[in-house]
Each structure stands twice: as structure tokens, then as C-alpha cells.
Design a protein around this ligand. Structure first.
Ligand SMILES: CC(C)(COP(=O)(O)OP(=O)(O)OC[C@H]1O[C@@H](n2cnc3c(N)ncnc32)[C@H](O)[C@@H]1OP(=O)(O)O)[C@@H](O)C(=O)NCCC(=O)NCCS
Length: 183
């Protein structure tokens, strides 16, 4: 569990399934993913996130905003599901329900997840990736100090699939430390 000034990043609970499924049905939240999620797909995703945290002690944590929302989305760390020139590695990722956009919550939670990765997990580097059109996600990466590294293609997608081309951002522990010292 991670506490920030406004958020709690915690293990998933049964009650998170319904609001998580509602996010998966929101076209704005899912704009840069292949499809909206059925209830079954959404529950399976929550199950996977919960099991990953139980096994590894970190993962894509459920985000709670105490006093405002018992579940607002997820933020966290995990290893990517595919192989690429930068794997194996740990990625940082986020997804919030729309009412919680525009408040800095993703940036606040992601900064805490980075700190967890570099201190508790002693990682050397953390990566993030998104399609170029996902400007909100790329802005979070830049706000937490990550830098553009390369473009790459997600494996398994057709050449003309708009979700194939991704941009990769990275931050090394050394750079995170120097940045934390000056902030
Ligand atoms: C990606 C996502 C989490 C980003 O959400 P976001 O609200 O843009 O990001 P933040 O929570 O960091 O909030 C930043 C915004 O809050 C504002 N803000 C207010 N208070 C702030 C604070 N204390 N700190 C930082 N920003 C603050 C910023 O100015 C910025 O405003 P803008 O919306 O006008 O740009 C969200 O768009 C999302 O869930 N998208 C769908 C899922 C997705 O695509 N995930 C990523 C896949 S790669």
C-alpha cells in the first residue's frame, strides 16, 4: 500500500469490479485501446492485477481517493506482457475514470510508484509506453521526469493497425535521484 497526499494505492477489492467495469465501457477511457471491455474481460483484468500484486508485492494498484472515491482507477508497476528491444523490464502505467482526470492524480500516483520502484524494488530503470495520440498519458510521463527514448511496434499487430506504433519513455534511477534532489 502506498499513501500520497491525496491517494491510496492499494490491493484490489471485490467492490472495485463494478466501477472498473464502468471505466472499461467508457469510450474516452478506452480511446487508445483495441476495444471497450466486456464485464467478463474487465473482471479478468482485475483478477490478473490482484493476483500479480499478491505474487510480487507490487503491480497495478487500485487507486482510492480517501473522502472522494473508493475506486478511481489503477496506477502501478509491472513487467510488460510482450518481448521487445527494451524487455525484460518494469513499466509504469495508469488508467483513471474520467471524473478524476484533470486533477493531477495520475501524476501524483505515478510519482509515488516511481519512488517505490527505485527505492523498495531497487530498479535500475522504469519504462512507459503509449500510442503517440495518447497525449494525456505522454504528458504524465514527462511530468514525472521520463524522457522519450524510441518508437517501437507492439508485436502481433497488423502493419496498418493504428495501435501498433508506440513511443517508449524511460527514466533511470540515477536521473530520478538527481531530479528528486533538485525538486
Ligand atoms: C492517462 C490519464 C491517467 C491521464 O490523466 P490526466 O488527468 O490527464 O493526468 P493527471 O491526473 O496527471 O492530471 C493532469 C491534469 O491535471 C492538472 N492538474 C491539476 N492539479 C494538478 C496537480 N496537483 N499536479 C499535476 N497536474 C495537476 C494538470 O494541469 C493537467 O491538466 P490538463 O488536463 O489541462 O492537461 C487519463 O487520461 C486516462 O486514464 N486515460 C485513459 C487510459 C489510458 O490511456 N492510459 C494510458 C495508457 S498508455
Amino acid at each position: 500500500m502506498i499513501r500520497t497526499p491525496r491517494l491510496l494505492l492499494r490491493q484490489w477489492r471485490a467492490e472495485d469490479r463494478e466501477p472498473f467495469a464502468a471505466m472499461g465501457r467508457d469510450p474516452a477511457v478506452m480511446a487508445h485501446f483495441p476495444a471497450l471491455l466486456t464485464r467478463e474481460e474487465s473482471d479478468a483484468g482485475a483478477d490478473r492485477a490482484e493476483a500479480y500484486i499478491a505474487k510480487n508485492g507490487f503491480g497495478f494498484w487500485a487507486v482510492e481517493i480517501p473522502g472522494e472515491a473508493s475506486f478511481a482507477g489503477f496506477i502501478g508497476l509491472k513487467s510488460p506482457w510482450f518481448e521487445a528491444h527494451f524487455t525484460p523490464c518494469i513499466e509504469i502505467g495508469w488508467r483513471l475514470a474520467r471524473p478524476f482526470w484533470g486533477c493531477g492524480y495520475a501524476t501524483e500516483g505515478a510519482a509515488a510508484a516511481l519512488e517505490f520502484g527505485f527505492t523498495r524494488l531497487a530498479l535500475e530503470e522504469i519504462v512507459a509506453y503509449a500510442v503517440p495520440a495518447n497525449v494525456r498519458s505522454l504528458a504524465v510521463m514527462r511530468r514525472i521526469g521520463m524522457q522519450f527514448s524510441a518508437e517501437f511496434d507492439l508485436p502481433g499487430l497488423a502493419e496498418d493497425d493504428p495501435l501498433r506504433r508506440h513511443v517508449l519513455y524511460r527514466i533511470a534511477r540515477q536521473d530520478w535521484r538527481s531530479r528528486s534532489a533538485t525538486n
